[in-house]
Write a protein that binds this ligand. Structure first.
Ligand code: NHR
Ligand code: GAR
Length: 210
């Protein structure tokens, strides 16, 4: 039986697209069974629908509070009986009870070298801090925002002429390399979480330098 992946997005969904494509190309024993957005206008939803993937939009603005939104979101996700849930540019902070429900099978990619620069506007923060390298981090999601166990990281140089957009574009290339790989490890049961550390059981590199 193939493993079942549900992906949550808020926008463009280029990471979602990279995961769907690598899953098909590499013949994972898995399927992306649904893509769900908190923003009805997210362009990634149309792409997913074109691929024949089930889509849903759940507008967070229609809910009284985070608990109510997350309860409905979990119900929508669980209709698809996922083995792994993937945040791919999903922009809503999730409640502790939601995170608990998917513990050990909820992944995120954050566009910084965590634990540096959690939260929003990470590219700007890296440039303002004078960083010479930047990157992205795949981590298991915990209640503590952007602080879950780290699965893999990609490192890219920061050039003196970079602005937020040029740096984001360079990091995004790296995201599309490491995120599908990390999702594959997770669905294939090739990861073991031990406290803060995540071990790749085949000894594959959990760091990529571009
Ligand atoms: N939820 C938990 N509990 N833990 C994490 O590690 C999470 C999470 C939800 C999303 C992605 C994250 C990122 O990679 C993520 C990790 C949104 C915000 C945010 O402040 C922060 C971090 C992340 C995603 N969101 C605002 C909010 O009030 C809304 C911002 C907007 O709509 O543009 O939820 O960086
Ligand atoms: C990506 O760079 C992702 O790392 C980032 O948003 C972009 C989404 O692009 N995520 C966050 O900032 C989470 N707070 P995509 O929709 O094309 O995958």
């Amino acid at each position: 039986m193939n493993k079942r992946i549900v992906i949550l997005i808020s926008g463009r969904g280029s990471n979602m697209q990279a995961i769907v494509e690598r899953c098909a190309q590499e013949g994972w024993a898995a399927d992306v069974v649904a893509v769900i957005s908190n923003k009805p206008e997210a362009s990634g939803l149309a792409w997913a629908a074109q691929q024949g993937i089930a889509t849903a939009a759940l507008n967070h603005k229609a809910f009284a509070n985070r608990e109510a939104f997350d309860a409905e979101l979990a119900q929508e996700i669980d209709r698809h009986a996922p083995d792994v849930v993937v945040l791919a540019g999903f922009m809503r902070i999730l409640t502790p009870s939601f995170v608990q429900h998917y513990q050990g099978r909820l992944l995120n990619i954050h566009p910084s070298l965590l634990p540096a620069f959690p939260g929003l506007h990470t590219h700007r923060k890296a440039i303002e801090a004078g960083c010479r390298v930047a990157g992205a981090t795949v981590h298991f999601v915990t209640a503590d925002l952007d602080h879950g166990p780290i699965v893999s990281q990609v490192v890219v140089p920061v050039s003196t002429t970079d602005d937020e957009d040029s740096l984001a574009a360079r990091i995004l290339v790296g995201e599309h390399r490491i995120y599908p790989q990390a999702v594959r490890w997770c669905v294939e049961g090739r990861l073991r979480i031990e406290g803060c550390r995540v071990h790749q059981l085949d000894g594959e590199a959990q760091c990529l330098m571009l």
